[in-house]
Design a protein around this ligand. Structure first.
Ligand code: NAP
Length: 389
């Protein structure tokens, strides 16, 4: 490192399964990108944190408290995928981490890279950033098994209080959606669109059926735009029939229609803000259009803290084989650099990934469907990206 250069401490969790291999690739690319960006620029001081299977084997803890406090202190982390332990104990380490750090928005930018095979004709039209609410909706875990005492109590309450009759064989779940959680999610999506000059934020909901949850989400979303972003957003075209160029258009779509439109008119959408369940489905539906999970980066963000990670899991059957696609975590690390104010290095990484894939250098998850491609392993792909930085 050049004398006097700034060091930025970044905690990282290698993860389980393919995690350590793809994490090494991402760190290699980030370090090289920072070195090539400017002579006396910052570099990263990587600090490994324990979590997951290796942490459990060595110290008996799946998610040590120190790991969570270190991320909260640093305000940022790069994370590999973690296995969800089967059986008792922690329900999901990923969910636990999101809850402990209150990472309320899952942010997934999905765009196509030339050279990557896709099931649709014009994947280049997909360039969307999905903001998915991360803390409530049917994912809150409030549900009771059919036939249980808890389900009986809820059924009795519904019958005695509201006159609602449900049969004995009914399992029951709750779908809580609050004004606070909905508004902070939409606020983050609008802020992002304004900062990145994206021209439209679409509120996705199923408010025609679920009026007081999904419908309220839409109403709260418009309220945030009107009250908090009056100068930078608009709700429709002006008197000249045009949307002002310097404003972000806020519109909304019913979820089922949205699923159709991401296929039929993807270029009309840029930032989507959605409640938890629909956001989850939409993100994977968009990921499929751009080549699959191997190309889907992500960030889970709260106020003052952001954890960057690929959308995919640990793909255990590929662990240690040097075959996993590292693009999702490399692109997640580029998002992290952008977040840290190192946009130039982030741009270099994205451009180098573009060139690598565009030249037909692909991992085995996609290479077989592209004639004239060169199939390479995890490490080699990262080295090819480094060569093109
Ligand atoms: P997964 O690990 O994402 O893998 C599913 C399939 O996707 C793989 O078998 C492979 O497909 C493909 N794949 C995923 N990532 C890939 C990559 N980088 N390169 C090439 N192919 C890739 O999902 P899962 O099997 O449902 O979950 C496995 C474990 O991961 C579970 O313990 C789950 O809880 C955990 N998980 C963690 C996170 C997280 O930490 N955020 C997220 C999701 C899942 P093919 O078999 O077709 O080759």
């Amino acid at each position: 490192m050049p004398l006097g250069a700034r060091m930025i401490e970044v905690p990282f969790i290698p993860g389980d399964g393919i995690g350590p291999e793809i994490m090494d690739s991402a760190r290699r690319v980030v370090d090289a990108a920072l070195l090539k960006t400017c002579d006396n620029g910052p570099s990263i001081l990587w600090r490994e944190l324990a979590a997951g299977e290796s942490s459990f084997k060595s110290g008996g803890e799946w998610l040590p408290k120190e790991t969570v406090t270190s991320i909260a202190r640093a305000g940022v982390a790069l994370k590999g995928p973690l296995t969800t332990p089967v059986g008792g104990g922690v329900r999901s380490l990923n969910v636990a981490l999101r809850q402990m750090l209150d990472l309320y928005a899952s942010v997934r930018p999905l765009r196509h890279f030339e050279g990557v095979p896709s099931p649709v004709k014009c994947p280049s039209k997909v360039d969307m950033v999905i903001f998915r609410e991360n803390t409530e909706d049917v994912y809150k875990g409030l549900e009771w098994r059919h036939g249980s005492e808890e389900a009986r109590l809820v059924r009795d309450f519904l019958r005695d209080t509201f006159g609602v009759e449900l049969t004995d064989d009914t399992g029951i779940g709750l779908k809580p959606m609050s004004e606070r959680a909905s508004k902070r999610l939409v606020r983050a999506a609008i802020r992002y669109a304004v900062a990145r000059e994206r021209n439209v934020v679409t509120l996705v909901h199923k408010g025609n059926i679920m009026k007081f949850t999904e419908g309220a989400f839409r109403d709260w979303g418009y309220e945030v735009a009107l009250k908090e972003f009056p100068d930078t957003t608009c709700l429709g075209p002006g008197s000249d029939g045009l949307v002002p160029r310097d404003k972000v258009l806020i519109n909304d779509r019913i979820a089922d229609n949205m699923f159709q439109q991401i296929l039929t008119r993807p270029s009309e959408y840029s930032v989507l803000a959605a409640p938890n369940l629909n956001g989850d489905y939409l993100a994977d539906a968009c990921a499929a259009q751009v080549g699959g999970l191997g190309f889907a980066p992500g960030m889970n963000m709260g106020d003052g803290v952001a954890v960057f990670e690929p959308v995919h899991g640990t793909a255990p059957k590929y662990a240690g084989k040097d075959v996993a696609n590292p693009c999702a975590i490399i692109l997640s690390s580029a998002m992290m650099l952008q977040h840290l104010g190192l946009g130039q290095a982030a741009g270099k990484i994205v451009a180098a990934v573009e060139r690598t894939l565009g030249e037909g250098i692909l991992t085995r998850d996609v290479a077989p469907s592209v004639d004239a491609s060169r199939s390479v392993g995890t490490r080699r792909l990262a080295e090819e990206v480094v060569l093109r930085l």
